[in-house]
Design a protein around this ligand. Structure first.
Ligand code: FE2
Length: 296
């Protein structure tokens, strides 16, 4: 137990751990990502995923990515005539959301004793990995991600979701690094993203404003760095208007001792059971619906 790290996590809501992943693992994940992007078929379907327009995410392409591997276009991927504005691989916003279960290279990167030990240090005793995303932030087109809290998408009682954000390339303010509100995890959960059949909705739970830009801190970091943060920590990232991509990979992890809400958009069952950071099937993949929001 590294009590100083735990103390900082509890106080700030995040930790920045340079060099958490060795260079060869980072290179392997980047290489696999380029393979996936190169294999894209422009006629196989796709969708533009916008975090600013939650109504759009209700489409089948998004919903059925919960237990598969799918690519999502950037908002600016197409011109007014519907033509791609750049080569297909550079028009992709992200790949999600079950890479950690379905792709062997991502599986290897996403599980293991180092991650399990860190999670335990942060209080996650029985991990469940619900989602993975490879976020491309391609040069010149990578879109902004507005202020949000990841517990919006992975509600448990009590809140347990923790995000593991791996820099696969150097990230800085010019190519869209993370920005956070230090200590902001002690504030309320503002929103919930819920699934209702084939629809999704973004519910407002608390109208506490998002922080001023002056209260947010950029987290520039080198490839191989892990930023791990609390599910209530407000964070955002700017558009990438630089000439460099900013590949990052994220895992969203809860503790099976909390109750995973049945209205969360990702559910798992016997076909693809939720697993822990150790790679084993987690103790409880059964979702129980608990509505403590009073909304919806
Ligand atoms: Fe997030």
């Amino acid at each position: 137990m590294n009590s100083e790290r735990r103390r900082r996590f509890d106080e700030d809501g995040y930790l920045v751990l340079p060099g958490f992943k060795p260079a060869h693992e980072v290179a392997a994940l980047r290489h696999r990502t380029h393979e996936l992007l190169a294999a894209l078929d422009p006629h196989a379907g796709g969708g533009v995923f916008s975090t600013r327009e939650p109504g759009r995410s209700a489409d089948d392409w998004f919903l059925d990515s919960d237990c598969s591997v799918r690519c999502f276009f950037e908002e600016e991927a197409f011109d007014a005539q519907g033509r791609l504005t750049r080569p297909l691989p550079q028009a992709i916003n992200k790949i999600g959301h079950a890479l950690h279960d379905l792709d062997p290279v991502f599986d290897a990167f996403s599980h293991g004793p180092a991650l399990t030990a860190l999670a335990a240090e942060l209080g996650l005793a029985q991990t469940q990995v619900w989602q993975s995303m490879l976020i491309c932030k391609q040069p010149g087109i990578g879109g902004a991600v507005r202020w949000h809290q990841d517990a919006t998408y992975f509600f448990t009682d009590p809140i347990s979701v923790t995000t593991f954000w791996f820099a696969l390339e150097d990230a800085d303010v010019d190519n869209g690094c993370l920005w956070v509100e230090p200590g902001g995890h002690r504030g309320p959960l503002r929103e919930r993203f819920v699934r209702e059949g084939r629809q999704t909705r973004l519910l407002t739970l608390d109208d506490t404003p998002w922080p001023d830009t002056g209260r947010s801190t950029p987290l520039p970091c080198a490839a191989g760095t892990l930023v791990v943060f609390h599910g209530l920590l407000p964070h955002w990232s700017a558009a990438n208007r630089s000439g460099r991509s900013r590949f990052a990979y994220t895992l969203h992890v809860t503790d099976a001792r909390s109750v995973y809400d049945g209205r969360n958009w990702i559910q798992r069952g016997a076909m693809l059971p939720v697993r822990g950071l150790d790679g084993a099937v987690a103790p409880s993949g059964i979702a129980v619906a608990v509505d403590r929001t009073g909304a919806g």
